[in-house]
Design a protein around this ligand. Structure first.
Ligand code: ZN
Length: 411
């Protein structure tokens, strides 16, 4: 893995600052000219009418967005109480804080002599709106000089992040941070083969994805698929330390180190599954670290894969094991293993872990990067459980692994 591999592709909050559209002049909002039942009826008729013209243009039907409508209704009631004058830009500025899963939104106002006049102007409403924005909300209001106004919002929602959608080429998502539970929008258009997903609210990383040899993304811990070492390896070891060293030596001797081995997709730095590394007999640092960690875990060792930097080498991956109160660094890119691997505190200035994972969890440093000698302390490492069902041969891990606990954004 070279230094470029682990690009921190923080999912950046898009806000709604790009691609939005301000139309209409300042909007004086007074009390609604009609009751809620009439508002409802107007919306139904207006959406039907708009959909008729959209059908002739082969556009998807507009749909009333309940959450957006509720927000708009609430917003206007507040404004009415304050006798404020608001313009569409004000509405748009307030929108993303309230309805955070929108990927785009536009507001337009129409003013006419009566609701019939509004209805006639709807034909021109979609001019200038993104035709893909198919979620709408609208509300009538009493405009000046006895006229009636309608505020219309057209919006688009980003889908919730899933690995399947990413592999299908979707690049814009919303996701919920596993640390602070805040939903945020993000764009994974500029993807590298290994992605650490970060949160714009708390600034922390909460997910780790990597592309396999076919260029398909999997969660990092889904690569620990349950490979077992050949039964004879370490069978005659005198103790657990001896068994650990035997497994380490077996991986180092079995695999040639192939830096930047190209995957079948022609991309560099794809991750190989342990079974692939074993059958190819080569791989780069993360490939062999994955194979060794998988073998160790299958034998009951408390092992993790570490992703980070090695001084002088840039981006790197290695294996770490906690055994009988000691922690060992198992470097799998060596030509030859030693009798006993170094304990972590001896090489803490050379190995700088950023992320760890085992089969159940991803671990993120709770604090500053620096010399880390303890790879297993829950005080230092926040564990985020990402359950992966056993990976089938063509599986991509469990796609439903991102829980929505604490999310308030699901409609
Ligand atoms: Zn967060």
């Amino acid at each position: 893995m070279n230094a470029r591999t682990l690009i921190i592709a923080t999912l950046i909050a898009l806000g709604l600052s790009s691609g939005m559209l301000y139309l209409g002049s300042n909007l004086k909002i007074g009390s609604a000219p009609t009751d809620e039942e009439a508002q409802h009826e107007f919306r139904r008729t207006a959406i039907d009418k708009l959909n008729l013209s959209r059908a002739s243009l082969a556009l998807d039907d507009l749909q009333l967005d309940e959450e957006l409508q509720k927000w708009l209704d609430g917003r206007l009631i507040i404004v009415t109480g304050e006798h404020s004058t608001v313009d569409p830009k004000t509405l748009l500025d307030e929108l993303p804080d309230s309805v955070s899963t929108l990927s785009s939104a536009a507001v337009r106002t129409v003013v006419a002599k009566g609701t019939e006049g509004i209805m006639k102007q709807l034909d021109f409403w979609s001019d200038g709106f993104d035709p893909d924005a198919s979620l709408v909300a609208m509300r009538l209001f009493e405009a000046d000089r006895g006229r009636v106004g309608c505020v219309l919002i057209a919006a688009d929602r980003a889908p919730q992040f899933s690995i399947s959608l990413l592999n299908d080429g979707v690049t814009e998502f919303y996701n919920v941070c596993r640390h602070c539970n805040e939903p945020h929008l993000g764009n994974l258009a500029k993807v590298d083969l290994a992605l650490a997903v970060g949160c714009p609210h708390c600034g922390r990383t909460y997910d780790l994805l990597a592309a396999d040899m076919l260029g398909r993304y999997r969660r990092a811990n889904a690569y620990l698929e349950g490979s077992r070492p050949p039964p004879g390896v370490g069978a005659d070891a005198e103790d657990r330390l001896g068994e650990m060293v035997a497994l380490w030596t077996a991986v180092v001797e079995h695999c040639r180190y192939a830096k930047d081995l190209s995957g079948l997709s022609g991309e560099k730095d794809s991750w190989q599954r342990p079974s692939e590394t074993y059958s190819f007999r080569n791989g780069d640092c993360e490939d062999t670290a994955l194979l060794l960690a998988d073998w160790l875990i299958s034998r009951g060792f408390n092992a993790r894969v570490a992703i980070g930097n090695a001084v002088g080498e840039g981006g790197h991956a290695w294996c770490v094991v906690e055994l009988e109160g000691r922690q060992y660094i198992l470097e799998t890119t060596l030509a030859k293993t030693s009798k006993v691997p170094p304990e972590t505190q001896l090489v803490a200035s050379r190995y700088r872990p950023h992320y760890l994972f085992d089969r159940q969890s991803l671990y993120f440093l709770d604090g500053q990067l620096g010399d880390i000698a303890d790879y297993f302390s829950p005080d230092l490492w926040d564990a985020l459980a990402y359950q992966n069902s056993p990976v089938p041969d063509d599986g991509l891990g469990d796609d439903t692994a991102i829980p929505l606990a604490g999310s308030t954004v699901e409609p």
